[in-house]
Design a protein around this ligand. Structure first.
Ligand code: GUN
Length: 280
């Protein structure tokens, strides 16, 4: 089975649209502010897609495109203003930031109630204890793909490859909350191949093209590819050797068209959730 992220994303956005329409009847339009500093081309594509998704769902979006030499003080002042804005429910500062800016300080400055990335330590802590306000977008997108594909997680062995704060660590936590037995692997893991071969579900979040090969995958395993890489020919590809691994996996996500569309969809859901929670 090919897990069709575009189709599942469209279905999920249908559900989100219904929530937006309901809020609008009550006079509330969910609003997202997106901050981008500098001109990283990949970040530019992501930010454009986020704005487009907001427009399609009838939500308000505001973009703050700041020059690469923006001072930390100016950025923090903008965040402070957005924190206080009644019509802005979600604030997202696109990462990575230029090197002279302290990412931790910037993330901490965003009000936890408006932190639709779920990067703020308060929200990270809530994820740890299973008391969610916002789900981290990419891991939540993976869980939604799995849920809507009717794949059982409870009791299964899930191997997450990668331990980043954005994907690997929260991914492992969501799988644990879904009652999987979870192993986190990373660049220092010994016997990676042997561990992966015991997995019922593999989530690859490595950032290396074609890292997961067919000999690492048990027959019938589910393989989720979070990677977004360019191969030698400059073509977009994931962390998984799709052509070979798809011959042994029972279900697999393609790149593009797998996890990618779901990440933005979950961001939209978080913004709607923020709008609801702030008006409770
Ligand atoms: N850069 C890469 N992924 C993300 C994300 O999910 N959120 C933000 N803010 N920046 C990113």
């Amino acid at each position: 089975m090919i897990i069709d992220g575009k189709a599942i994303s469209a279905a999920t956005r249908g559900d989100i649209k219904a929530q937006v329409d309901e809020l609008k009847k009550q006079g509330v339009t969910p609003g997202l502010a997106v901050i981008i500093v500098g001109d990283d081309p990949a970040s530019r594509v992501y930010v454009n897609n986020k704005k487009k998704a907001c427009a399609e769902l009838g939500m308000l979006s505001e973009e703050y495109a700041l020059p690469a030499d923006t001072t930390e003080e100016a950025l923090l002042t903008l965040i402070d203003t957005l924190n206080g804005r009644e019509d802005i429910d979600g604030i997202l500062c696109q990462l990575p930031l230029p090197r002279h800016l302290d990412e931790k300080r910037v993330i901490n400055a965003i009000s936890a109630e408006k932190d639709v990335d779920a990067f703020h330590p308060v929200n990270v802590g809530k994820i740890m204890i299973g008391d969610y306000s916002f789900l981290p977008c990419t891991p939540a997108g993976v869980m939604e793909l799995i849920r809507r594909s009717n794949i059982d997680v409870a009791g299964k062995h899930c191997v997450v490859i990668g331990r980043s704060n954005i994907v690997g660590k929260p991914m492992a936590m969501l799988m644990l909350h879904a009652n999987a037995t979870v192993t986190i692997c990373h660049s220092r893991t010994q016997n990676l191949k042997e561990i992966c071969r015991t997995a019922d579900i593999i989530v690859a979040a490595v950032g290396k093209a074609y890292f997961v090969t067919a000999d690492m995958v048990k027959e019938g395993a589910v393989v989720i590819d979070v990677g977004m890489n360019r191969n030698a020919e400059g073509k977009l590809c994931g962390d998984v050797d799709y052509d070979e691994v798809s011959k042994v996996a029972s279900a697999i996500t393609p790149v593009p068209g797998g996890v990618g569309p779901m990440t933005i969809t979950m961001l939209m859901q978080n913004t709607v959730t923020a709008a609801k929670q702030r008006r409770k």
